[in-house]
Design a binder for this molecule. Structure first.
Ligand code: SGN
Ligand code: CA
Length: 556
């Protein structure tokens, strides 16, 4: 009886314990087999148009502070060697949306239509149950697919009182400054249209700081009073370079327009003696003199334009060529950076909204540009070249709990990788045909095994505005090798370590003979890996000649 009792007591005491332990084991086994799925993050993909990394505080800018964009860097990761596959607007966007190189997605230039039968990554998000939206500049020739809500600028769009194409096919005009308006639309969507049950993919795409760099009047005035440091290569004479650098039409002195770009009134240049030597646009579709602008808006711009014009009238006739270059550089920087300042303020509005609405924690925020840009380096504005300032693009990513705050990464990553990165973060399978690599290992781990040691680049839009010749090439940590073709056949090699400004083409220098042989083999291998070839080059030349009405080379 005693024993019985004690047996019973033992059962009473240990029974639940055994069950608890067994239950615990079962629970922990179950946990190993089926981990609780992580909640899928929201994603905000922020892209500006032509935003050079040289104009971002987080990249050590000596030109401007960007405290809001820098918040993404401070709370996330800065990629110091992010680059594009083709440094021009619509082709870059096609690569981002498809995860494929230009020669595969077919969007070789800004003019050619995009083949919409291809899969673009927002469609995959939509299929996977994400709510998707896009606001701002797409510049694609087509409306986006896989996007529940959108308001996109037609083509390049306008800085003041921009029109937007809506999902219903209407075009509506919104009064205000474009960077503010795009942000208003984005915040309105977050506030009123967001489905709180679903994760979202939101593409927030600025027009600024695209040419012709019209700032909002208050910023226009503020930046007019500033002077900026000149880049070391402002007076580049393109000696020791190829034909392509010498013939490109993007030099501040010879190609930047006094009226269209530097904001000198046409009636002033017309009466100046001697007449300023630069050709001018006739249209002026996108400036405060156009019909779309209200009298009040014009009145806000006038006193600032008065100051710029008075200074020009007084000083320009006596300026040397060198002084004209310097004057144009300062004018350019004042307007370009004033546009950036608005972008930065507005990025801050979006980040604040996320904080205030407790969305920051589970939202991946990406900041990038469709390519880099020349801010007077080599005497240039615009982009297109495989050379550094246009080839590199800013890339900052914040994703709390997943990315350690304030880290930097030097790997050669590309806009080709963006789609796969976002898809993996959202736990969506990427299609086989995508050619990039997910950056997730680099975002979330210090010890990621990243094996890429070279990237491939190919630019096609020639003949065209700025006349940058067609070229493709390979970039490694140490070298850059490019082949310029079509109406020339020239190779260029830059030693990135010894010549970071890329002013000395060492192709043909016997000391680099072995480097050239090795790099050419590597380039061939990359072209094969990605499916590019001389036959495809010819195919795209033929298409260009068939479609182009303005090609000076037509028939050649
Ligand atoms: C416009 C610009 C060019 C620029 C292209 C492409 N001229 O034509 O300077 O290179 O767009 O830019 S503009 O003064 O009329 O804006 S892209 O970013 O869309 O590729
Ligand atoms: Ca662009």
């Amino acid at each position: 009886m005693k024993n019985k009792t004690s047996n019973f007591q033992i059962k009473i005491i240990f029974g639940p314990l055994v069950l608890f332990i067994l239950g615990g084991v079962a629970f922990s086994c179950k946990k190993e087999v089926e981990p609780k799925p992580k909640p899928r993050p929201n994603i905000i993909f922020i892209m500006s148009d032509d935003h050079a990394y040289q104009a971002i505080g987080a990249y050590g800018s000596t030109l401007i502070n960007t405290p809001n964009i820098d918040r993404i860097a401070q709370e996330g990761i800065t990629f110091t060697n992010a680059c594009v596959t083709n440094s021009i607007c619509a082709p870059s966007r096609a690569t981002i949306l498809t995860g494929k190189h230009t020669h595969i997605n077919g969007k070789t230039d800004n003019r050619r239509p995009f083949d919409t039968t291809q899969v673009t990554f927002p469609e995959l998000f939509q299929d996977a149950g994400y709510q998707t939206a896009m606001f701002g500049k797409l510049h694609f020739g087509n409306n986006p697919k896989g996007v529940d809500d959108f308001m996109i600028l037609p083509g390049q769009g306008s800085y003041i009182n921009p029109d937007f194409i809506t999902k219903t096919g209407d075009t509506i005009r919104k009064e205000g400054y474009v960077t503010d308006v795009i942000t208003d639309l984005t915040l309105e969507w977050l506030d009123k249209k967001r489905d709180t049950v679903k994760p979202f993919l939101l593409m927030y795409l600025h027009k600024a700081p695209h040419r012709p760099w019209w700032p909002r009047p208050d910023k226009f005035e503020e930046y007019l009073g500033k002077t900026f440091p000149e880049p070391a290569t402002l007076f580049d004479d393109y000696k020791n370079r190829g034909t392509a650098a010498k013939t490109a039409e993007m030099n501040l002195l010879t190609d930047m327009m006094y009226n269209h770009d530097s904001k000198i009134r046409p009636k002033l240049t017309a009466k100046m003696k001697p007449t300023p030597e630069v050709p001018e646009y006739e249209g002026g579709f996108d400036n405060p003199y156009s019909n779309r602008v209200t009298e009040a808006q014009k009145a806000a711009y006038e006193p600032i334009l008065d100051k710029i014009n008075a200074d020009f009238e007084k000083n320009w006739p006596d300026m040397t060529q060198e002084e004209k270059m310097r004057w144009k550089y300062q004018r350019y920087m004042q307007d370009y950076l004033a546009c950036i300042s608005s972008v930065d303020d507005n990025v801050g509005r979006v980040l604040d909204y996320l904080d205030e609405n407790k969305l920051s924690d589970n939202t991946m925020v990406i900041y990038t540009s469709d390519q880099g840009f020349y801010l007077g380096e080599h005497g240039w504005f615009d982009k297109r070249f495989i050379y550094n300032e246009s080839f590199k693009t800013p890339l900052l990513v914040r994703w709390p709990h997943e990315i350690k705050p304030g880290i930097t990464n030097e790997e050669m990553v590309q806009n080709l990788d963006f789609a796969q990165t976002m898809l993996e973060a959202a736990q969506i399978q990427a299609p086989e045909e995508m050619q990039g690599e997910s950056l997730l290992p680099l975002l979330t781990s210090n010890e990621a095994n990243w094996t890429r040691d070279a990237v491939y680049y190919h630019y096609y839009e020639y003949p065209a505005v700025h006349q940058v010749k067609r070229h493709y090439g390979i970039v490694t940590v140490d070298y850059k090798l490019a082949h310029f073709y079509y109406d020339i056949d020239e190779w260029e090699l830059y030693d990135r370590k010894k010549d970071p400004n890329e002013t000395n083409n060492v192709y043909g220098n016997p000391e680099y003979a072995t480097v050239v042989t090795t790099l050419k083999q590597k380039l061939d291998a990359l072209r094969e890996q990605y499916g590019d070839s001389d036959e495809l080059n010819q195919k795209y030349i033929d298409i260009h000649l068939e479609n182009s009405i303005d090609s000076p080379l037509k028939g050649k």
